[in-house]
Design a protein around this ligand. Structure first.
Ligand SMILES: Nc1ncnc2c1ncn2[C@@H]1O[C@H](COP(=O)(O)OP(=O)(O)OP(=O)(O)O)[C@@H](O)[C@H]1O
Length: 295
């Protein structure tokens, strides 16, 4: 198995006659076997990045290497579930899984595909067009996992699932990925559902990387601090700060010990992400290479 699942070097994608920039100068490395969350505001470039990784789009700048090769050459070894979950509406659930097996004769894992469908109480002879959005998601995930991919790319996979189905499918996905060492890259707006599931983070904003690296390292590089509004936070990097009366609360990247006047706690994933979303101008931080590198 390849050590690096995705390597992007100065990756960029522009669209249309006006060369609208969707992704710009993105460099990061995702080691194999990780579960990576891709987060960022609407239009940040998350779907564009996943489509480039899946080989459905070509870069207009830079390169993206998947499982040590090009996305096209890695196609058999990856599975991609797009935001709109395209499936054949006229096929039944059973036909859809049969097609999955025929298209992936060497790798198809019928057991996992059938289990995911069965857990959703879906009848095998139901036509795809009669299924709800959430039921279709389940079939799309069954198809993707049945392919037994080394890299699973999921674009907002849980968006139309009810909370119970979301919880159950997420657990099934994580258990399967852990059992097989699958690399999972999953975009989502629901940061709470990523907590505990992901061990790597990619935060995009306006087409650029804002945070990239192992989640524990990114969390450890930040502190939530509270103190007096007139105390200085120099020389630390302040990602975001808010003042209520005389009290200041801030997310900082400490540069050495914080002074005695500051109460500090470790941020949660949600606090880390929200602070960066509220402060789009905060400097980026990449901790995904051997050496720490600011981007
Ligand atoms: N086919 C396209 N043609 C033109 N512009 C596009 C195309 N696809 C994406 N874009 C633009 O690229 C930018 C990034 O879009 P993308 O869909 O990757 O964002 P996203 O982070 O997935 O957003 P969301 O959270 O809303 O799904 C947006 O400004 C979008 O308008």
């Amino acid at each position: 198995m390849t050590e690096t699942a995705i390597e992007a070097a100065a990756l960029g994608r522009k669209f249309g006659r006006h060369r609208k920039v969707a992704l710009d100068d993105c460099s990061f490395r995702l080691p194999a076997g990780r579960v990576c969350a891709v987060v960022g505001p609407n239009g940040a470039g998350k779907s564009t990045l996943l489509s480039l990784a899946a080989g459905l789009l070509r870069p207009t700048d830079g390169t993206i290497t998947i499982l040590g090769t090009t996305p096209a050459a890695a196609r058999e070894r990856l599975a991609y579930v797009a935001q709109d979950k395209p499936l054949h509406p006229q096929l039944t659930v059973a036909d859809t899984l049969r097609l999955g097996r025929e298209l992936n004769p060497r790798r198809w894992d019928a057991r996992v595909a059938e289990r995911i469908v069965a857990e959703g109480d879906l009848t095998a002879d139901a036509k795809i067009r009669t299924l709800s959005g959430g039921q279709r998601t389940r079939v799309a995930l069954a198809l993707a996992l049945g392919k037994r991919p080394e890299l699973l790319l999921l674009d907002e996979p849980m968006a139309d699932l009810d909370p119970l189905a979301r919880h159950q499918l997420m657990a099934a996905l994580m258990a399967d990925a852990a059992e097989h060492g699958t690399t999972v890259v999953m975009s989502s707006h629901v940061v709470a559902e990523l907590d505990g599931a992901c061990d790597h983070l990619l935060l995009l904003g306006a087409g650029r990387i804002r945070l990239a690296g192992p989640l524990d390292d990114l969390l450890a590089a930040h502190r939530l601090v509270t103190g007096r509004a007139d105390d200085s936070l120099d020389p630390h990097t302040v990602v975001e700060s808010r003042t209520t009366g005389r009290q200041l609360t801030a997310l900082v990247r400490p540069d050495g010990p914080l002074g005695d006047g500051w109460q500090t706690t470790a941020p949660t994933l949600e606090e880390l992400v929200l602070a960066h979303l509220r402060a789009p101008e905060a400097p980026a931080l990449r901790l995904d290479s051997a050496r720490e590198a600011a981007v």
